[in-house]
Design a protein around this ligand. Structure first.
Ligand SMILES: Cc1cc2nc3c(=O)[nH]c(=O)nc-3n(C[C@H](O)[C@H](O)[C@H](O)COP(=O)(O)OP(=O)(O)OC[C@H]3O[C@@H](n4cnc5c(N)ncnc54)[C@H](O)[C@@H]3O)c2cc1C
Length: 415
């Protein structure tokens, strides 16, 4: 990293008062070539690749709060590309390859850690699905290995493999290149790099309306005034339905709270990411030592950023079923984010019925892993007015044509 130890020491001695701002505090101009609504990882990555790959720098990212505090700052940071259908496999694998060079690219440590993502099978049906998925992944040139129960035990020694348990383990599939990244760093890294290329990142600027004339978007109304825009890209995750509704576009998404929780920090005991669909828990250990535990999404649509209590209880039941040794671990905090889910559990990235208005949404419970790839293809779409080859099938139109990309089985747990 180009920030030297000397810099770190100098800032420590000056009580950290001399750190320069990482990105400019921009005030909105009257007009931009491209306005991006939503300053999460996807919106910021889009802005960066617009400037970097397409030379479009007259760009504003409008964020209603501080950047990165939506789902980007609330997720459990699992990164993988173990998808079965070709469309998804290509998109997520492109993202994973970008993750592999992202810290270098942004000169910002995203703490990307390829510690492996292990999915477990407890029924013959799950095992069949994994075998099929492994074949599809190999055909797409994506790494994965099927594991026997004994190999799973070697990978995760803490797991309880009592064959008298309610769900005896039948096997697993591991993608060694999968892992975790530091979510805040992804937002900050893209923000700093985009800002350095001339992008205006405008925080505390809520979009309150989208102005259209003769079927074409012309401007956005915001809490800081009206801003004209050549093109508008909406990347508002849990609120994409609300924002697109401002332009009269109805999206096939429903918004649900999705929860996670963390334990008190402990010494390193868990070196991988583990997902158990049937028992229904997924977990990893953060660099701070907390176990990061993912829950199911709530059963009801809601914009309240807190989840139901029964899901936390269910999560801990599932955790202890696999790892009785964690029974004395205290849970430290719990939170939720709002995820927008499509009927086929795949995102929508592309054009809308309004000219020059584009949308990137519907990542549901699994969009963090896609952040660099999503930004890459959405920037291409905004720059050219047409989708990239990797997102052309993720159109809004597929819900009319019926060419769905059904990835309901690809979620880590039953979301
Ligand atoms: C608990 C939880 C766990 C998850 N775990 C994983 C995981 O392990 N792996 C994975 O791949 N994915 C995971 N996800 C999903 C992932 O977090 C999201 O798919 C992804 O972060 C979406 O990124 P984004 O940049 O589109 O959204 P966000 O970060 O939510 O960005 C959208 C931004 O739009 C802004 N906005 C909304 N309305 C307006 C408006 N009117 N004007 C201006 N700005 C507006 C919001 O404030 C927000 O900052 C999880 C999600 C949750 C909630």
């Amino acid at each position: 990293m180009r920030y030297s130890l000397f810099n770190l020491a100098r800032n420590a001695l000056s009580c950290h008062r001399r750190w320069p701002r990482a990105w400019r505090a921009a005030a909105p101009r009257k007009s931009y070539d491209v306005v991006i609504v939503g300053g999460g990882g996807h919106g910021l990555a889009t802005a960066y690749y617009l400037a970097k790959n397409h030379g479009i720098r007259n760009v504003a990212v409008l964020e209603k709060g501080p950047i990165g505090l939506g789902n980007t700052g609330r997720n459990t940071t699992v990164v993988r590309s173990n998808y079965m259908w070709d469309d998804s496999a290509h998109l997520y694998e492109h993202a994973l390859k970008l993750w592999e060079g992202l810290s270098e690219e942004l000169n910002f440590n995203t703490m990307f850690s390829q510690r492996g993502v292990l999915n477990l099978a407890f029924t013959r049906h799950e095992l069949n699905e994994m075998e099929r998925r492994a074949s599809a992944m190999h055909l797409n040139g994506i790494d994965c290995e099927l594991l026997t129960p004994a190999e799973v035990k070697r990978w995760v020694p803490l797991i309880d493999l009592n064959q008298d348990s309610r769900y005896p383990l039948l096997g697993g599939i591991v993608q060694r290149r999968g892992g975790n990244a530091r979510h805040d760093a992804v937002a900050w890294g893209y923000a700093r790099a985009a800002s350095a290329l001339g992008v205006d990142i405008i925080e505390n600027c809520a979009v309150t309306g989208i102005r259209c004339e003769a079927g074409r978007v012309t401007a956005v109304e915001t809490s800081l005034g009206e801003i004209s825009a050549g093109r508008v890209g909406v990347v508002a995750a849990g609120h994409s339905g609300v924002v697109m509704g401002m332009a009269g576009v109805k999206l096939p998404v429903q918004s649900y709270p999705l929860q996670a929780l963390v334990s008190e920090p402990v010494k390193p005991v868990f070196h991988t990411v583990l997902m158990a669909g049937l028992v229904h828990v997924y977990l990893s250990q953060s660099d701070k030592g907390e176990l990061v535990i993912g829950a199911a999404r709530d059963g009801y649509v809601s914009y309240a950023q807190r989840g139901s209590f029964n899901l936390i209880e269910e999560q801990l039941r599932a955790l202890l079923e696999l790892f009785p040794t964690f029974s004395r671990l205290r849970m430290m905090r719990q939170w939720a984010g709002i995820v927008d889910c499509t009927p086929d559990a795949s995102p929508v990235i592309g054009k809308t019925p309004v000219d020059n208005l584009f949308v990137n949404c519907g990542w549901g419970t699994g969009g963090f892993k896609a952040t660099p790839g999503s930004g890459w293809v959405f920037a291409h779409t905004l720059a050219n007015g047409e989708p990239h080859a990797l997102n052309k099938n993720f159109s809004l139109e597929r819900f009319a044509s019926g060419r769905l990309i059904d990835e309901a089985a690809a979620a880590g747990v039953a979301h």
